[in-house]
Ligand binder design. Structure first.
Ligand SMILES: Nc1ncnc2c1ncn2[C@@H]1O[C@H](COP(=O)(O)OP(=O)(O)OP(=O)(O)O)[C@@H](O)[C@H]1O
Length: 299
């Protein structure tokens, strides 16, 4: 469990994190989404004691990170895979982590195996690792203490499609065993596939949070028709808001049943009618952060 309560962090006049509150629960993967500079990394740095909050608090398993007796045994952290000691080999990196946490060295091979780094790769220096290999090593370091909580900043960065699927399965398995996972990402699709809960942040403030199902439901229905203008008119007459979504398509703020009934009553043929899931999260994300992203501000 991670609890963030009224957390604010300022840098000079900038409110990098502004009165942020949310909870990441056990057994669930919580996705932390937001455009560049939204405050995700700052929030995570406060959680793991690297940055002091200006006000408010962040606790992990009910305590501030600094108050956890052996933090690595309780919280696995991966904030910046490129920040690992470049001169050490992968194996040495894990050995140091195991020693620091008072773990048997047998954990080192177990973790290399878990993240699919081969014995040969484990003997290479981290400076010669690809970003994807660094991410795998970072995950191995985060998992070595068998923690209950994982805090991962952009863990899918640099992973190939097979690596992304591997990461998704690993995090799902971790949560299914009762663990708490908080991960940030710009890869909206990736988050949509894996997360149970979502926290969306823009310019330091939470703009939406809830279960993925709840948030996607607010994304509405996608409908397509060869008579889209007629359909839009009929929807408008029923007080339903619709916005254009691709050729012949509309995204409607209503459920599919309501939209289908309006089309039937108006005698409009439909070629597609479904919950706006797939593209829904991306659109919702852009909408929610439009006022706060630099593109939105520029517009
Ligand atoms: N040490 C610092 N000193 C001054 N400003 C900072 C510092 N750290 C972060 N900031 C600012 O705080 C804001 C939030 O940054 P943060 O790195 O938390 O965003 P983010 O959501 O993680 O972004 P990204 O997705 O690009 O990594 C940014 O405007 C950033 O410039």
């Amino acid at each position: 469990m991670i609890d963030v309560t009224a957390l604010t962090r300022t840098y000079g006049g900038l409110r990098a994190v502004d009165d942020v509150s949310f909870t990441a629960r056990p057994g669930r993967v919580t996705g932390f989404l937001g455009p560049n500079g939204a405050g995700k990394s700052t929030t995570m740095r406060v959680m793991v004691g690297l940055t002091p909050p200006t006000s408010g608090s962040a606790t992990v398993l009910g305590r501030r990170y600094a108050d956890l007796p052996n933090p690595g045994r309780e919280v696995g952290v991966l904030l910046d895979a490129s920040a690992q000691h470049a001169g050490r080999t992968g194996r040495e990196t894990l050995k140091v982590a195991a020693r620091t946490m008072g773990l048997p060295l047998s954990r080192v091979d177990a973790m290399l195996d878990r993240v699919s780094l081969t014995p040969k790769e484990a003997e290479r220096r981290v400076k010669n690792y690809s970003l994807g290999m660094r991410q795998r090593l970072g995950i191995a370091t985060a998992l070595i203490g068998d923690p209950e909580v994982l805090i991962l900043d952009e863990p899918a960065n640099g992973l190939d499609p097979a690596g992304i699927r591997w990461m998704r399965d690993l995090l799902r398995g971790f949560a299914n065993h009762g663990g708490t996972v908080l991960l940030s990402s710009h890869l909206l699709h990736e988050i949509e596939v894996i997360a149970d809960d979502l926290v969306v942040i823009g310019q330091g403030r939470i703009v939406a949070q809830g279960t993925k199902t709840e948030l996607l439901a607010t994304a509405g229905t996608l409908v397509r028709s060869s008579a889209v203008a007629e359909l839009a008119r009929a929807l408008g007459e029923h007080g339903l808001t619709a916005v254009a979504a691709g050729p012949g398509g509309l995204r409607v703020e209503a459920d599919a049943d309501q939209v289908g009934r309006v089309a039937l009553a108006a005698g409009v043929p439909l070629s597609e009618l479904r919950a706006a899931d797939g593209a829904g999260l991306e659109e919702m994300f852009l909408e929610l952060t439009a006022d706060t992203s630099r593109e939105g501000a520029a517009a």
